[in-house]
Write a protein that binds this ligand. Structure first.
Ligand SMILES: Cc1ncc(COP(=O)(O)O)c(C=O)c1O
Ligand SMILES: [Zn+2]
Length: 405
């Protein structure tokens, strides 16, 4: 049995074909992200949804559609198959009784970045890479640091000083070479780029979409949603969008499943949710432009979506157009209020990025863009407990002999 049916890499912009059996970064012709392509006829002939149902409940159950060739190269901490939970009370409150949450808080390292790290690190190790470097808004760096440690890879991570503090500690605990920058992820990206250029091939750049396999890990969110719904898709999927890898990945996954004949019918409408303080995709979408412009002075408490100019902007905008989707902003005040409402009504302590997607669902229902009877999936991309500052606590401190009555 062939573990992976990866066939080649294809440029997402110019379509140039690249060899998938050696380390690759951007397209050598046009400097755009490369996408993994599979021999889908071979997948169709060798495996069925019924076979997959018998496999271990992690993302490696889709291994034919993942790039790792040798099962012994898989580095796993048990990632994948996160719950797809009904949100009946909260859904009722915002007028969406068929609302579901895909909860990525329940995954190693506490965010969906574990998916990209598991697949990206496994493939990097399989291709002989020994040292990697990446800029991050926190969660991805933490995930790559930890999965890198498990695979025996050395990593350099550069993140803004304002990134969630716990993600620094995850990097330090895993022995990663960590650097903080008094700036944004784009500043961290420049610093990593210099290191990689000076390394003469010894340090591999794993920045968002600068290597082709992180997205393959993230696309499994889309495959899981389809499998968990009995190989069908919802009407709408909302995704908190920074670099947009998850959104592009879900779109890619659903296209692959449709080509396999495992799902049918129209695509879910994909929604890119951004913060009002950093909304390059929303602005480009509203102007009908194919690419975004750098968003100056970006800021939001939803730190993971503070990405002023995503490299894959054209792929995000294409996914929105192809699925009749949309792009929408929410304010920090809206998402912080939503975070508490979701916790109070459903007991789910979501991350601020996930809360942004819930706030967007509410707004799109109110505007009529989402109908009351539609089935809607919100991606909660991480665990709320990674962000202890989002909910202020003013509980009184009782003396040791204190009483409540
Ligand atoms: C919790 C969380 N949600 C969403 C995102 C945005 O992810 P993407 O870059 O795939 O858009 C991030 C990125 O750091 C994140 O940490
Ligand atoms: Zn190209």
């Amino acid at each position: 049995m062939t573990f992976s049916q990866l066939s080649h890499l294809e440029c997402g912009r110019c379509g140039a074909v690249h060899d998938s059996e050696r380390p690759q970064n951007l397209c050598t012709k046009c400097s755009s992200p490369l996408l993994a392509r599979y021999d889908l006829a071979a997948v169709r002939a060798s495996v069925s949804p019924a076979d997959i149902a018998q496999r271990t409940p992690d993302l490696w159950r889709y291994h034919e559609l993942l790039p790792v060739r040798d099962p012994s190269a898989v580095t796993t901490l048990g990632e994948g198959m996160t719950p797809l939970l009904p949100m009946p009370r909260y859904g009722e409150r915002i007028g969406l009784p068929r609302l579901l949450m895909k909860d990525e808080g329940l995954i190693p390292t506490g965010s969906f970045k574990a998916r990209g790290a598991a697949v990206g690190v496994s493939r990097a190790a399989e291709l002989g890479i020994k040292r990697l470097a990446m800029p991050t808004n926190g969660n991805a760096g933490a995930a790559w640091a930890l999965y890198g440690a498990r695979a025996g890879l050395a990593a350099t991570v550069v993140m803004p000083v304002d990134a969630p503090e716990i993600t620094r500690r995850e990097c330090v605990a895993s022995g990663t070479d960590l650097h903080l920058v008094d700036g944004l992820i784009s500043d961290a990206g420049r610093i990593v780029g210099e290191l990689v250029a000076a390394s003469e091939g010894r340090v591999f750049d794993t920045s968002t979409l600068k290597e082709p396999y992180r997205i393959e890990g993230k696309k499994t969110m889309g495959i899981e949603i389809a499998e968990q719904l009995g190989w069908r898709t919802p009407d709408v999927i909302l995704y908190p969008t920074g670099g947009g890898v998850g959104l592009i990945g879900i779109h890619k996954a659903l296209n692959e499943l449709r080509e396999l004949g495992w799902i049918s019918g129209p695509s879910p409408r994909l929604v890119a949710v951004q913060a009002e303080g950093c909304a390059p995709i929303v602005r480009a979408f509203e102007r009908g432009e194919p690419e975004s412009q750098f968003w100056a002075d970006s800021r939001t408490v939803a730190f993971g979506i503070n990405v002023p100019k995503p490299l894959g902007d054209f792929l995000i905008l294409r996914a929105l157009a192809e699925t009749s989707g949309t792009a929408i902003t929410v304010t920090d005040a809206e998402l912080l209020a939503e975070l508490r409402e979701v916790a109070a009504l459903e007991g789910a302590y979501v991350c601020p990025e996930g809360a942004a997607a819930f706030a967007a669902a509410r707004k799109l229902r109110a505007s009529g863009w989402i109908g009351a009877d539609e089935e809607v999936v919100v991606l909660n991309t991480g665990a709320g407990i990674k962000y202890p500052q989002t909910v202020p606590v003013d509980a009184p401190i009782l003396p040791v002999d204190g009483h409540l009555v």
